[in-house]
Design a protein around this ligand. Structure first.
Ligand code: OGA
Ligand code: NI
Length: 357
């Protein structure tokens, strides 16, 4: 990981949360300005979004209850979506609307609290966990117009409850319930992805390991007067295995064939987004797409991203069943790739080339 800079201006700047700058009615300071492509934005209506939408409902039932053909069709859709887009919006995932609404509600309530309250959970500039922004970036990097609360949720012994908000009162219980659902949904999706590639259904779960990690990142995107200059989150791919995102407003975009596509608003859908480690494990078949979040001049936005990552210290690599004479190994075995990824992310770069065979 990149070493923390002791550069004073950066320290001062980062000690200020984006939400405070909004309250102060200040113009965005220079490090937040990182956009120069606003003119080229294609404002196609959200209803036209081609992001695949897949109903996972039939995968929740036992195979005797569903016609085999129906399952085959869903697996084909998953394979097609992840090979071309690297993501899909999932419905029929089995998480109740009520719980999804509660997760959005506790996120909104947490960020709406006075700064003194939120700062009880403040992270230090070099840490990941807690309330704040990314660890101190290096010179000349752009900053994101957003504030975050980042928490390790799985394995249980990796939780640092001092960062888990006491208010709103239901925060912990709702997050625990959501964590259980994320465990269930990541198992379901990991098996479905394996089957869609004609692999042993447990192969990815084995690579993620018994102590696979789940980390929740609650993102709060304040309105910004200059959405033409400032991004809520800079373009990046994720360093996890894959990521599951819920949002309450539009703003997230995925890059495909040099064009940005909006993820439509759909309050009870979850975005399943491949990250670099799934691209490695599928030997490049599933794509880890670059994505970013626009800022908005009027509306704020909440999202909760759950990163699903192989266990610490575990080597992962391309599945043997996907490597043959016609499709040679594209990646080598790697471990703790998320750390390597982060060092590059800080500089606005991708890290996948470090895993090339
Ligand atoms: C992330 C991310 C998207 C969003 O946290 O890595 O891409 O909609 N979030 O907040
Ligand atoms: Ni991301």
């Amino acid at each position: 990981m990149a070493e923390a800079s002791v550069d004073l201006p950066a320290e001062i700047l980062l000690s200020k949360r984006v939400q405070e700058m909004v309250l102060d009615k200040k113009e965005p300071p220079a490090p937040y300005k990182c956009r120069d492509d606003a003119d080229s934005e294609d404002d196609d209506p959200i209803s036209m979004s081609p992001i695949p939408l897949i109903d996972l409902g039939c995968l929740l039932l036992s195979t005797s209850e569903v016609p085999a053909q129906e399952i085959v069709e869903v697996l084909e859709k998953i394979n097609a979506a992840l090979s071309s887009w690297g993501c899909f919006q999932a419905i029929g995932h089995g998480i109740s609307n009520l719980l999804l609404d509660k997760v959005r509600q506790i996120s909104r309530e947490f960020f709406a609290q006075p700064m003194e309250e939120k700062k009880k959970y403040a992270k230090t500039v070099v840490d990941f966990e807690g309330y704040g922004a990314d660890p101190v970036p290096e010179e000349g990097q752009s900053l994101d117009w957003s504030d975050r609360l980042f928490l390790n949720v799985q394995p249980e012994d990796q939780r640092n409850y001092k960062f888990w908000p006491m208010t709103p009162e239901s925060f912990r219980d709702v997050l625990l319930e959501y964590t259980d659902e994320m465990k269930r949904v990541t198992e379901l999706i990991s098996r479905a992805m394996a089957k869609s590639l004609n692999l042993d259904e447990n192969c990815f779960l084995k690579q993620f390991g018994e102590r696979s990690q789940l980390q929740a990142r609650f993102n709060y995107y304040s309105p910004c007067k200059r959405p033409d200059l400032v991004l809520g989150l800079k373009p990046h791919s994720d360093g996890s295995g894959y990521t599951i995102i819920m949002q309450d407003e539009v703003g997230l975009q995925v890059l495909k064939d040099d064009k940005w596509y909006k993820i439509p608003k759909n309050p009870h859908a979850l975005l399943v987004l491949m990250a670099d480690q799934m691209e490695i494990m599928t030997n490049g078949i599933f794509k880890s797409p670059v994505h970013r979040v626009l800022s908005n001049s009027e509306r704020d936005r909440i999202s909760v991203a759950v990163f699903y990552t192989p266990e610490v210290g575990k080597e992962i690599g391309p599945e043997d069943g996907l490597v043959n004479e016609r499709t040679p190994k594209l990646f080598k075995m790697v471990k703790d790739y998320a750390d390597t990824h982060f060092g590059y992310y800080q500089r606005g770069m991708r890290a996948l080339h470090t895993a090339q065979a």
